[in-house]
Design a protein around this ligand. Sequence first.
Ligand code: S2G
Ligand code: ZN
Length: 463
Amino acid sequence: MLTVSQLTSLQAILPVDRIHLDANMCKRYGQDWTRYTTPQAAAIVFPVSIEEVQALVRWANVAGVGIVPSGGRTGLSGGAVAAQGEVVVSLERMNRIDGFDPLARTVRCQAGVITAALQQFATDNGLYYPVDFASSGSSQIGGNIATNAGGIRVVRYGMTREWVAGLTVVTGSGEVLECNLGLAKNNTGYDFRHLFIGSEGTLGLVVEATMRLTDPPPATTVLLLALPRLEDIMAVFHAFRSALTLQAFEFFSDLALTHVLAAEHATAPLAERQPFYVLLELEAPTPDAEEQALQQFSRCMEQGWVTDGVLAQSQQQAKALWRLREGISAAITPFTPYKNDISVLVSQLPVFVTRLQALLTRDYPDFEVLWYGHIGDGNLHINVLKPVDWALADFQHACEQVNEQVFALVAEFAGSMSAEHGVGLLKRDYLAVTRSAADIALMRGVRAVFDPNGIMNPGKLLA
Ligand code: S2G
Ligand code: ZN
């Protein structure tokens, strides 16, 4: 709760219709897609300009109130959860796209621009914004930048970080910084743009960004392949990647398929079920490229790595195949999944996967464990589904016990304990799995420089 004096001074900054205290708004805006923390927001505020964001940060420093930056709240590590009476600063009213530069192929976005709106703007102007994921219809550019969002095309286009030409931020002490000015070349010392990308709102708020756009992809071909063994997946990846340009190389387990088919009332895509599936999209600008794809498919069949497959014959069929992958997250949400989002070097995946499968079978004998993710990036999403008769707290406790083993294995393979979903609240206490003590000390030091009073997203990323 805000004190009377805190609320009075807040009302001097924003009109009352852009300050919400009611329980429903605080619940809705006080949490992201994670359901492991009870939201406790003190208020939700909606600034419409950089000046108002700056005034809010200055107010928070004087009032001693934590603020949580809020975009589309599609995060999966609790990074946008207001868990301790913070004020949630929603950027959704700051959603203008302007400053399109067709020559530089950049466009200026306010932080609240929906990712899909930027994708559409690029398409409407003959270009392409390539960062894409299932939640792009509700995630916002500011949040994508603050979490360095990845998604399904990283193997071809990289993470959000690659597409930020310039950034305007309000630091935790209320300074407005213009990072890199949208320039293609600018070698003038530390590039704070890259400090703020992936900082999860702990250094300040992203308020505007100059985003890079690129050429639209050529015609592509989508294939779905059935695999009896997960350890053969890298051989399949190598076969296709050596012959053609991959736009995406995703995988999912048969259990994931079962849940998507049930949720979407769809029918299985292949005659027989197999333990694992690969969904890949290849650039096929010529008939020869499509022929190449079929040759690689035959080769994988001959090797026994793949037992069956289907090549989409139309855009509609391609979309239906993609739905089998992109529908997973929504299909399993009712099961309150405990998520692990880990990565290792791509070359380490076959051995790592075999070790991880053995560990999860041993340590999670009673739970449904569902695998999917972005194999081309070495990134696995391991989702443990909560049994209906388990209390959430007991389930979370059981999963955290196994986490110790999972993360010990990740550390053994020098991997990441959070490949794309960020650290937030849920992974905060495991940061040392991937970051050294020196790293963490320096991260604290950087945070103290940009947010000296610790009002920016308190408790996230760093304990
Ligand atoms: C994915 C999306 C969120 C989830 O589908 O690749 O990153 O459910 C995920 O893990
Ligand atoms: Zn993912």
